[in-house]
Design a binder for this molecule. Structure first.
Ligand code: FAD
Length: 527
């Protein structure tokens, strides 16, 4: 039924583009004109094919149409039409489509290409409020973080927390959490949001915050697109530094690596501390540097690192990656500060590597890697990525069981991230879930499938990792989660599950929004 209704709707919509030119003469039926948004729907194969897959390149599913909204009201009209239809159809907002498991797809429904809002907008949809004690930016949900950075830097300001990659949308990351090396201090990006504009699954346009419609505000943050479509986020800002001292410290032993990371994220305001703390695991076989234009390691360094790895029984070494922000006037004190912090750490003697870059170069560092990978055809390959939050109390077991167990002998292409965050910086009223300990690790198994058979092999390894974590009862939570059964989702949300169901019934009672997450049965009325 849903399909038939949608098809009828789309036939009307596609007819409209033919009839628009004659509409002035009033030859079209009135109810078609009532649906003003129809002229913004694209139904031809070129458009639907583009919205049928994502960065993961593992899942494909075609929508019936793609909406190119000019304003948030266009989106609201579409959602209202679906919600009030006897057979509602799915609607999925799509940012950059950089999910990896089909989360932004809308099989048989309509994908809303959020980036069209940025293209259509005049004036621009990033507005900085720089005056006052608490500056902020109002950014359209469709905006890329790279563009938010550019706009805020014009005022000498910037958001506090960044993802590693900036060519993803504000709402795409706020629907998950948005984590990076600043999160240990400021929490995830969702913890730095002051206000949202949201279009609910009923088609209502609501402005919400901690004080106004807080249910919707907290639901939408980390809400995996289930409760509403975010069209604007107000995000707190801080003065932006101009320079960054960026360092990698090398460890051959996981106990010292994690102990030092936890020391670094425990520093209180006023203590000498880093502004950014992340970490990477290098299986010997994957020893890589970053972009060749700004290398961390010389060829001689790589040889020394490989030597260190071969001396360790597992062949695994670890980098803590840190950064201190500064301005030119504080260059002497940055040297002293770095020295003072390094003295407290136990990395391998002689294995500290530093470089000095602009703030933008630092934040936009993955762009360089993207360019390099694109140039050799390695960006647009399948990405069977798996991300976890692992409680501090089980991180050594995870290291032993997964990195030195399941992955022993594996030869992955990609990056493995491992860095801790403080749970107290997260707001548990938000939909996003973390693991239970006060400190937990973000672990990203970001591996690419570059050769025939890689997808199948990597997926098998992923299954083994998931089974290992479940069987051992680690209390891991997936970040950017993906489950194929409602049982899986129920376990994922744990104590939050009943609230999630209640909020879904309240804000998206027909189960229209973001069906690609596969949390609720499609088109089933929840109430
Ligand atoms: P999409 O993939 O388009 O959408 C994601 C989900 O959000 C979908 O369910 C979609 O329906 C929903 N959605 C999209 N727009 C809206 C909206 N306006 N309102 C409500 N729901 C919406 N994440 C981190 O936290 N930290 C990192 O450091 C990090 N690094 C990354 C590096 C790379 C190279 C890549 C590819 C991803 C990285 N990610 C990271 C993951 C990234 O944050 C998520 O995949 C994010 O969803 C991508 O944003 P997007 O705009 O592509 O969203």
């Amino acid at each position: 039924m849903a399909g038939r209704c949608l098809i009828a709707f789309l036939i009307m919509a596609s007819c409209l583009s033919v009839f628009v030119s004659v509409s002035v003469s009033g030859q079209l039926p009135g109810d078609l004109f009532a649906l003003g948004v129809a002229s913004r729907l694209r139904v031809d194969g070129n458009w639907t094919a583009r919205a049928s897959s994502d960065f993961g390149r593992i899942v494909t599913a075609a929508p019936e149409a793609v909406l190119h909204p000019a304003t948030p009201a266009d989106i609201a009209e579409l959602v209202r039409f679906s919600a009030s239809s006897p057979s509602p159809f799915p609607v999925a907002p799509r940012g950059q489509g950089h999910s990896v498991r089909g989360q932004s797809l809308a099989p048989g429904g309509v994908v809303v290409d959020m980036r069209a809002l940025a293209a259509a907008a005049a004036p621009r949809r990033v507005n900085v409020s720089a005056g006052g004690a608490a500056p902020y930016v109002d950014a359209g949900g469709e905006q890329l973080w790279a563009d938010v950075l550019r706009a805020t830097l014009e005022h000498g300001l910037a958001p506090r927390v960044w993802t590693d990659y900036l060519r993803i949308t504000v709402a795409g990351t706020l629907s998950n959490a948005g984590i990076g090396g600043q999160a240990f201090r400021h929490g995830p990006q969702i913890a730095n949001v002051l206000e949202l504009d949201v279009i609910t699954g009923r088609g209502d346009m609501v402005t919400c915050s901690r004080d106004k419609d807080p249910d919707l505000f907290f639901a939408a943050l980390g809400g995996l697109g289930q409760f509403g479509i975010i069209t604007r986020a107000r995000i707190g800002l801080e003065p932006a530094p101009r320079r960054v001292r960026w360092a990698r410290l090398v460890y051959s032993d996981v106990v010292t690596f994690t102990r030092d990371q936890e020391l670094l994220i425990s520093k209180q305001d006023g203590e000498a501390s880093f502004d950014y703390v992340e970490g990477q695991v290098q299986l010997n076989r994957t020893l890589t540097d970053g972009p060749k234009s700004t290398p961390f390691f010389s060829d001689a360094d790589i040889t020394r690192l490989a030597g260190l790895a071969s001396e360790s029984t597992s062949g695994v070494i670890y980098f803590i990656e840190v950064a201190i922000y500064y301005n030119e006037s504080t260059i002497t004190s940055v040297d002293q500060k770095l020295e003072a912090i390094l003295e407290q750490l136990s990395f391998e003697k002689g294995f500290v590597f530093t470089k000095d870059v602009s703030y933008v170069q630092f934040l936009d560092r993955v762009r360089e890697e993207e360019r390099a990978l694109r140039s050799i055809g390695m960006w647009e390959v399948p990405h069977p990525w798996l991300n976890f939050f692992v409680p501090r109390s089980r991180i050594l077991d995870f290291d032993a069981g997964v990195l030195k167990g399941v992955f022993a002998g594996a030869n992955p292409v990609g990056v493995i991230l491992m860095y801790p965050m403080n749970k107290h910086t997260w707001d548990d009223r938000m939909t996003a879930v973390t693991s239970d300990d006060d400190v937990f690790y973000a672990v990203g198994l970001l591996r690419s499938a570059v050769a025939a058979g890689d997808v199948v092999r990597l997926e098998k390894e992923n299954e083994a990792v998931l089974a290992f974590c479940n069987n051992e009862g680690f209390g891991c939570k997936q970040y950017l989660p993906h489950y194929t059964s409602q049982d899986g989702w129920q376990r994922h949300f744990g104590a939050k599950w009943n609230k999630v169901v209640e909020l879904k019934a309240k804000y998206d009672p027909h189960g229209i929004l973001s069906p690609g997450q596969k949390i609720f049965s499609p088109m089933k009325t929840i109430i």
